[in-house]
Design a protein around this ligand. Structure first.
Ligand SMILES: Cc1cc2nc3c(=O)[nH]c(=O)nc-3n(C[C@H](O)[C@H](O)[C@H](O)COP(=O)(O)OP(=O)(O)OC[C@H]3O[C@@H](n4cnc5c(N)ncnc54)[C@H](O)[C@@H]3O)c2cc1C
Length: 381
């Protein structure tokens, strides 16, 4: 293979693009990452997120190791937290192994984004900053440019506090329609946000109500608040390769958790699989069908169930979780691609069908990074 063949262009320095680049560089390729901003993590504002640890038995730290990622960023295990349903009665939920690992997103030192950037640079990846691509370069290209539309949104604040570390969750359609609000405190910094799966135009009202609700049950001082927000995009597209040379990764490919928006693991996994496909010649579409699509299908089935629970159902669910020693095990069970979940997925797929269409053009000979210039191809799952 010539040196030119070994040059792989990657669009977007998000987690998906960077993991692909790190793995390609380690395998002797020359990845060049094109990033539209002057640094990584510009989509975020120092807010805390969770690396979920409940979809697989394998700990997410082992998963990181298996895809060649070291932990050189803030990564703190949380063994459950305090949860509140609509009646605002505290329900502590515990797990034997971490429920999630708290990470920071954004440009600050110690953030997940900066950690991945350091690993990429160390592996020899070239990153071209302030380089927004509209069309894809020639040869094999990996596109990881993030969400294209909003299926769920989040609005929140990050702030300083002297409160001890904690995780608090709220499920109540009056403050977070068909979703949840969360407070994460770590080492003097905190993130509070509400997520919405519908009624986006009233996000300000929901955020204010969510903040008031949180302050009723948590005695926490808020200093130096800064706003942040964002959106998530999920859909199911069985074809994540175009023209046999453009491989879509991360949220750009619709790889997002339809239940609660925990998309980082799918972003990382898809970046790794895209690199493996280039290194080994295996089909990227097939690798994704095997390692990612079953999880996405289960998440869609779970979304349909969760969206129909309503406030009484949330309360019932929390009570159920509070009675077990290890809530992580129940979540794990609900994330298995069982016969029941396969059936529920088919119903959910019909239910959400219009939302799940990826309007991206998949025409042969179209080299746009992202466009809607043509009809979608027929897709079957
Ligand atoms: C508020 C919020 C909270 C979240 N919380 C969690 C959580 O707790 N746990 C979890 O697992 N997930 C969470 N998510 C989802 C998670 O952040 C995403 O799934 C993940 O970041 C997707 O990674 P990605 O690499 O696909 O895309 P991104 O992180 O969006 O990265 C895409 C990159 O591509 C660049 N780019 C875009 N277009 C171009 C272009 N044309 N040319 C060059 N560069 C370009 C962008 O600047 C960006 O750097 C949250 C999302 C939001 C918005």
């Amino acid at each position: 293979m010539s040196n030119t063949d070994r040059t792989i262009h990657i669009v977007g320095a998000g987690p998906a693009g960077l993991v692909a680049a790190i793995n390609l560089a380690k395998a002797g390729f020359n990845p060049i990452v094109h990033e539209q901003h002057e640094d990584v993590g510009k989509r975020f504002n120092g807010d805390f997120q969770g690396l979920e640890n409940w979809t697989t038995e394998e700990d997410v730290t082992e998963f990181l190791d298996s895809i060649g990622i070291e932990i050189n960023f803030r990564c703190v295990p949380y063994f459950g937290g305090d949860f509140y349903g609509p009646n605002l009665k505290k329900i502590p939920i515990k797990t034997q192994k971490p429920l999630f690992y708290l990470i920071e997103r954004g440009v600050n030192e110690g953030s997940f984004d900066q950690g991945l950037k350091q690993q990429a640079l160390k592996a020899g990846v070239k990153i071209s900053w302030n380089d927004k691509l509209e069309t894809t370069p020639p040869g094999k290209v990996i596109v990881g440019t993030g969400p294209k539309a909003a299926d769920a949104i989040a609005k929140g604040i990050v702030f300083k506090t002297s409160h001890p570390d904690m995780c608090v969750g709220f499920v109540d359609n009056r403050i977070a329609p068909r979703a949840y609000a969360y407070l994460l405190v770590n080492n003097g910094s905190a993130t509070f946000a509400t997520c919405l799966f519908e009624d986006f135009k009233n996000e300000k009202m929901y955020f204010e109500k969510a903040l008031q609700t949180m302050q009723k049950v948590v005695d926490i001082e808020i200093s130096q608040p800064k706003e942040f927000g964002g959106f998530a995009n999920f859909y199911l597209n069985p074809f994540v390769t175009k023209n046999g040379r453009i491989l879509y990764v991360g949220e750009n490919a619709g790889f997002q958790d339809a239940l609660w928006g925990f998309g980082i693991r799918y972003a990382l996994m898809s970046g790794f699989l895209a690199a493996q496909s280039i290194i080994t010649g295996k089909s990227y579409d097939e690798l994704c069908k095997q390692h990612i699509h079953p999880f996405l299908k289960v998440s869609l089935a779970n979304r349909m169930i969760f969206a129909h629970l309503g406030n009484r159902g949330y309360q019932w669910l929390l009570n159920k979780f509070s009675r077990v020693k290890d809530a992580r095990l129940i979540l794990q069970r609900h994330n298995k691609y069982s016969l029941l979940k396969k059936t529920l997925f088919l119903i959910a797929y019909r239910w959400y069908r219009t939302r799940l269409i990826d309007k991206q053009c998949m025409h042969q000979n179209c080299n746009c990074v992202w466009c809607r210039c043509g009809k979608e191809v027929s897709k079957s799952l």
